[in-house]
Write a protein that binds this ligand. Structure first.
Ligand SMILES: Nc1nc2c(ncn2[C@@H]2O[C@H](COP(=O)(O)OP(=O)(O)OP(=O)(O)O)[C@@H](O)[C@H]2O)c(=O)[nH]1
Ligand SMILES: [Mg+2]
Length: 296
């Protein structure tokens, strides 16, 4: 036995869409493993982010924003993913946006476990200028749930994140680290590659983003040190293709270039990336599209 108590455990990050859960996780672990955007419902899968210090290993689970307004199969799956995550963790971070406590926040609050430590994380501190109002806001939220702690942070600007980690640490069980110290996620590079492309689609497609669009890794190969990655963007209808491709292929080019840059950073190596768009049902069209844009 050593003198130093090592702590290691799982921490779920939950909240309504767009409060900054994924941004928070990325900044807590110092790497971008979970995609983020201005739009609600960016996160579609649970993503694990691992942060290791010399006295603790934090295994964060970023969850999709809990949806209360729109019913549907997709939302049900996303919500189930949030509920499942809550059952399997040692501590929960309930994320709110400073000065905003909505009906949707309250519905997520109703799901919080009573027997586990839940820390209230008030995010977007940079947007809350009035400190007295912020204190009153926190008191109002605290009156509705017995939180194990409160921390006001700015995920985006990396403010007060080490303080937050300090609050979480005692709630993790005493245990040796479960993952190697340089590991930042348990997701495969294949999964991360698809997610990065999805993030760029969110970023560049504005309101035109087809809701049920899928991203599929068709090839992921190592060629020496080089990663060769082919990714297909699957849309429902023929007329959605030009939205993704843009005039003269401009949008798709921007999406692929930025995705490649992010992948090279995350994988720490060169990437050769091809992205193309296809309609879910038609293979014939794909071939034509590849020729049109000289990608084959
Ligand atoms: N001003 C400000 N913006 C932030 C902060 N943290 C996150 N954001 C922004 O809030 C938006 C949503 O962030 P995400 O991290 O994608 O939010 P999320 O809660 O994961 O959203 P879903 O996955 O859709 O549930 C993005 O535009 C972020 O840049 C912050 O501390 N300050
Ligand atoms: Mg998210």
């Amino acid at each position: 036995m050593t003198d130093i108590q090592y702590h290691c455990g799982f921490v779920a990050i939950v909240g309504r869409p767009n409060v900054g859960k994924s941004t928070l996780m990325n900044h807590l672990i110092g790497q971008k493993v979970s995609i983020t955007s201005k739009k609600a419902q960016t996160t579609r899968h649970r993503v694990t982010g691992i942060h290791t210090e010399n006295n603790a290993q934090f295994i964060f689970v970023d969850t999709p924003g809990f949806q209360t307004f729109h019913k549907g199969a997709l939302n049900e799956t996303l919500n189930k993913s949030v509920k499942d995550s809550l059952g399997n963790v040692d501590c929960v971070l309930f994320v709110l946006e400073a000065m905003r406590f909505t009906g949707a926040d309250r519905e997520v609050m109703a799901l919080l476990p009573k027997r586990k430590p839940v820390i209230l994380v008030v995010n977007k501190l940079d947007k809350a200028k009035d400190r007295d109002a912020l204190q009153a806001f926190i008191a109002e939220v605290q009156a509705e749930f017995a939180f194990a702690g409160v921390e006001v942070v700015s995920a985006k600007h990396g403010q007060r994140l080490s303080e937050l980690l300090e609050q979480v640490r005692p709630h993790l069980p005493e245990s040796m680290p479960l993952y190697p110290e340089d590991m930042v996620t348990d997701k495969s590079e294949r999964f991360l590659a698809a997610e990065i492309v999805r993030e760029k689609l969110f970023r560049y497609l504005g309101e035109e983003l087809p809701y049920e669009m899928n991203v599929e890794v068709e090839m992921f190969e190592m060629d020496g040190e080089l990663r060769r990655i082919h990714i297909g963007v699957l849309v429902d209808k023929e007329n959605q293709k030009p939205i993704v491709i843009g005039r003269g292929g401009e949008k798709l080019k921007k999406i692929s270039t930025e995705a490649r840059i992010d992948m090279e950073k995350l994988f720490d190596g060169k990437v050769f990336l091809q992205v193309w768009v296809k309609v879910k049902s038609g293979w014939a069209d794909d071939v034509r599209f590849l020729r049109e844009f000289g990608l084959d």
